[in-house]
Design a protein around this ligand. Structure first.
Ligand code: COA
Length: 357
């Protein structure tokens, strides 16, 4: 018995932006981007909101599973680009999809969001199922039997479109899965989540609100996440507000490869399986070179990795769920297969999860 993946879906904005299109706005080339990242194109929202993308992916998962919105007890939306802070993105999705009975909340674990979201949902579902075996009603509380877990991002809102080092990497999109308690299937076998302090802010983005005129704030710089972390420029001044994604590419590359290897090995160990038992590995899609490097370090043939980045770029919290949907839709994942999800991201966050399909 366990918590099983029973539905999946994804959504992409209509507009496709190629590397050649990007070369029109920053100094770059298709050759450089493909060689360094494996990305050929990405989808960018023109009119689609995060809620539009999330609802399309969520509805696709409901349709695929054949479930009514009414039957969902829990909705978790992982995002760093909600349409609003209040109401939470999950509340907007809940209302639009008509998930009448769902408890809904957002989760921000940056690009590791999918792993954190699935882990939280499956933990709640398992706890609910187990509590039903305890003589009632010692601890009456909400029951979660079926969850919709959505990763949705409109990263184009927080990308600095003048910075060629970052704008070539990211795209918009959403992915979703439905998880439910199954008394006959093992479902999620293990998970491993980790947070690593990032005092140098190798990946950061200030709030999108910006340092508006605040009557009680003396220095604009105090509002910067970099200032909060005590980071200064060469002159010793606290680094100012920067409402776009900024990153130290090479440092992140090193973190990413080490994090994938660590998380994949620990999740497999905890599940009592070897990497050879895993039929399909679905990694965070940040850079194809990172995936290739991690595959080599793990000693796993690249063919067992789902690689979707070429068509969509890095879609942060949506990335693993979109790639997982690709793997299901192309029948790479068969009933009974063991699947490993692995991710890393800003925070810094990382993690992995093994489940039986
Ligand atoms: N087009 C052309 N040239 C570019 C460029 C672009 N889009 N972006 C950077 N360059 C240039 C740099 O200016 C640099 O030039 P220089 O040698 O004259 O100084 C050169 O290319 C090499 O830059 P570098 O940053 O060393 O490249 P890289 O091989 O490390 O690749 C990344 C850059 C961003 C692709 C890579 O570091 C990466 O993927 N890092 C991880 C990012 C990540 O995973 N982020 C999300 C985490 S969830």
């Amino acid at each position: 018995m366990g918590c099983k993946v029973v539905g999946w879906g994804k959504a992409l904005p209509e507009l496709v932006v190629t590397n050649d299109d990007l070369a029109q706005i920053v100094e770059t080339s298709d050759e450089w981007i493909v060689e360094r990242t494996g990305i050929h194109r990405r989808h960018i929202a023109r009119s689609e909101t995060t809620t539009d993308l999330a609802c399309e992916a969520g509805q696709a998962a409901l349709t695929q599973a054949g479930y009514d919105p009414d039957s969902i007890d829990l909705l978790i939306c992982m995002t760093i680009t909600p349409d609003s802070v209040v109401p939470a993105e999950s509340c907007l999705i809940k209302a639009r999809l008509g998930l009448t009975h769902a408890v809904a909340f957002d989760l921000n674990a940056a690009c590791s969001g999918c792993i954190y979201g699935i882990d939280m949902a499956s933990t709640l579902i398992e706890a609910s199922a187990l509590s039903e075996t305890v003589p009632a009603p010692t601890r009456p509380r909400n029951r979660y039997r079926r969850a919709l877990v959505i990763g949705a991002e409109r990263l184009s809102r927080i990308v600095d479109w003048t910075d060629r080092a970052t704008c070539i990497l990211f795209g918009d999109g959403a992915g979703a899965v439905i998880l439910e308690w199954d008394s006959t299937a093992p479902g999620v076998l293990s998970s491993f989540l980790k947070n690593t302090d990032d005092p140098q802010l190798t990946l950061a983005c200030d709030t999108v609100f910006g340092p508006a005129a605040l009557p009680f704030t003396q220095e604009r710089e105090e509002l910067s996440v970099r200032a909060a972390a005590g980071l200064t420029d060469e002159m010793g001044a606290l680094l100012p507000h920067h409402p776009y994604i900024a990153m130290q590419g090479q440092a992140l590359f090193k973190f990413a490869t080490a994090a994938i290897v660590e998380a994949a090995q620990i999740a497999c160990e905890r599940a009592g399986v070897s990497l050879d038992d895993i039929a399909c590995i679905v990694p965070h899609q940040a850079n194809e070179r990172i995936i290739r490097y991690a595959a080599k370090k793990l000693g796993v043939p690249l063919e067992r990795f789902q690689i979707s980045i070429g068509e969509v770029g890095n879609t942060s919290a949506s990335s693993v769920l979109m790639a997982l949907t690709d793997a299901y839709q192309t029948q790479r994942i068969q009933p009974g297969d063991k699947v490993l999800l692995v991710g890393f991201g800003g925070g810094l966050t990382s993690g992995a999860l093994v489940f039986e399909a």
